[in-house]
Design a protein around this ligand. Structure first.
Ligand SMILES: [Zn+2]
Length: 280
């Protein structure tokens, strides 16, 4: 197993968004009134994984069109995120060469070489880059995430189908009982790569557990927590669909991190993480 942790730019948010806790107002945490200079800039990580079963990509980060010259571009960003409100919540910068497809091309990997693109959830900073991978073999998100968006008014505001337009986005339903709410999807049927529902930040949000032959594993916690301190100190984020479920998911992530077989737990926006490769 080889997990390449790649950074696809940064996201500029209200400081209350990642660690706002249980009592912060959604309006404040959303950052719609937060000035650019007051924002917290967090990395956006994606994961390219080489497994005995093939090549996988977890999440796709921003797309070049959002930051055509590699710098902050208000106009391009509003167009990319579709609505001015989504732009105000998530400022983004994607330096040249850091888009997912650009980095994989640099490693000699074409979109059609990918056996799976697994989407943890459909927030813009995880899915906007997906259109560059429409030729990958299997592109998947949990049925729960997509169903929730379609059935829910807030979901329809927060997530935009334009971000996966022209992509054959398939959904998977749970085929296992791992995780804080007993919902998981074993991608290859042998326990090596399992998508595990960790609801809270979004309903169908998944962590990805990658387990080697010797039983040691890496847990990609995606947006289950914004940094290690989120599960170590049980700090919920400012924006969350369900704080109680988020706490349940954080407790489960913490439990995993304490398992002696756990090599690493990785959050998608942890400022303490730098791009590197884990081989096991
Ligand atoms: Zn995110």
């Amino acid at each position: 197993m080889k997990i390449h942790i790649l950074q696809t730019g940064t996201v500029g948010v209200s400081p209350l968004l990642p660690f706002g806790g249980d009592n912060v107002s959604t309006a404040k945490a959303s950052g719609i009134f937060t000035r650019k200079k007051d924002r917290l800039w967090l990395p956006v990580f994606i994961y390219y994984i080489e497994t005995p079963h093939g090549k996988l990509l977890v999440d796709t980060g921003w797309r070049r069109e959002m930051s055509p010259k590699g710098v902050f571009d208000r106009k391009a960003q509003i167009k990319e995120l579709v609505t001015p409100m989504l732009y105000r919540i998530n400022y983004g910068v994607l330096p040249l060469g850091q888009a997912a497809d650009e980095q994989l091309a640099e490693m000699g990997v074409r979109p059609e070489d990918l056996d799976h693109v697994l989407i943890s959830h459909l927030d813009c900073d995880h899915v906007c880059g997906l259109r560059a991978f429409k030729n990958a073999k299997n592109i998947m998100v949990s049925k729960k995430d997509l169903d929730h968006i379609r059935a829910n008014r807030t979901g329809r505001v927060r997530f935009r189908p334009e971000w996966w337009e022209g992509v054959d986005l398939k959904t998977f339903d749970w085929n296992g009982t791992e995780g804080p709410v007993g919902c998981s999807y074993d991608v290859f049927g042998d326990g090596s790569v399992v998508m595990i529902n960790i609801p809270g930040h979004s309903a169908g949000l998944c962590a990805i557990k990658v387990t080697g032959e010797d039983g040691r594993f890496v847990l990609i916690a995606t947006d289950g927590g914004y940094a290690r301190k989120s599960w170590e100190q049980m700090i919920t984020s400012g924006i969350s669909e369900d704080k109680e479920l988020q706490r349940k998911s954080l407790a489960w992530i913490r439990e995993q991190s304490e398992n002696p077989d756990c090599i690493a737990v990785l959050a998608s926006h942890d400022t303490e993480v730098t791009p590197h490769t884990i081989e096991f």
